[in-house]
Ligand binder design. Structure first.
Ligand SMILES: [Zn+2]
Length: 264
């Protein structure tokens, strides 16, 4: 399968598919904090996947000159919280014992670049307004400007961690769930008139993803999960030693966040 993200594709509207998104996650900053000679080694886009308390994964992408993925996610979360609050108030009217329930949310986010300074400010404002919301943020690479990461580091309702082996396994499974769910919805069902077009090749892709999901669940190491994913789906990731580079880069990020000063 051809790689979907040749350098010039960053300038166009990207057709997001699993292969593309997982490749962007893997490739983000695996040159240990340094900008590589070929600048296109580093994806120029942000991908955010969130595991909401309801369990259904959601994906957000930034677009050049538009809102950052983190802010798109926050707008959605705000709407969800307000809807929950309303339904809680409704049930509180019916059963007074639930009157004190306000929504408690722990959001686990996986993002290829840590939030920028501006997004960090908005995340902190959000946390301050919603006192039962907690964020666990896993990132593959610190954004070039470390201000945002260092601001978030000090908040007691925000956990900020560079991706590790278990995070890589989790993010791969979440992305698979997201895309499997999306494709299953467009599969021809009983209401054939209402179903979207899904071609034979897409049904093949869906089967491949479902098989892969089953296989990787029993693999313990997240890096082995990535390797299996890349091999199984024929995802084109250069250079050949990406897996070792990814592991080294994650180790680098771990040390870097340990050494960073909390600048609030
Ligand atoms: Zn941002």
């Amino acid at each position: 399968m051809a790689s979907k993200y040749e350098p010039d594709s960053f300038e166009r509207d990207i057709d997001h598919v699993f292969d593309h998104d997982i490749a962007v996650m893997i490739r983000s900053g695996y040159s240990q904090g340094k900008w590589p000679k070929d600048r296109f080694e580093w994806p120029k886009e942000t991908i955010l996947i969130v595991q909401s308390p309801e369990g259904t994964p959601k994906m957000y992408y930034n677009k050049p000159n538009e809102l950052h993925a983190e802010l798109l996610f926050q707008a959605d979360l705000k709407a969800d919280l307000e809807a929950d609050l309303e339904s809680d108030l409704d049930s509180a009217n019916k059963s007074p014992e639930s009157a004190n329930k306000s929504p408690e949310y722990t959001c686990t986010l996986y993002i290829n670049y840590s939030p920028c300074g501006d997004c960090a400010d908005k995340i902190i404002q959000f946390i301050e307004k919603h006192d039962k919301v907690e964020f666990n943020i896993h990132f593959a690479k610190t954004f070039t400007d470390k201000t945002g990461r260092n601001k978030l580091k000090g908040n007691d309702r925000i956990t900020l961690s560079p991706m590790d082996s278990s995070a890589w396994k989790k993010v791969t499974l979440l992305m698979l769930d997201y895309y499997i769910g999306k494709m299953q919805k467009s599969k021809p069902g009983e209401d054939a008139d209402e179903s979207l077009d899904i071609e034979g090749s897409d049904i093949q892709k869906l089967k491949k993803m479902e098989n892969l999901k089953e296989k990787i669940q029993s693999i313990e190491s997240g890096y082995e999960v990535l390797k299996k994913t890349v091999e199984d789906l024929g995802i084109d990731i250069k250079p050949d030693d990406w897996k070792e580079q990814r592991e080294k880069a994650d180790e680098y990020e771990k040390q870097d966040i340990k050494n960073s000063v909390n600048k609030l």
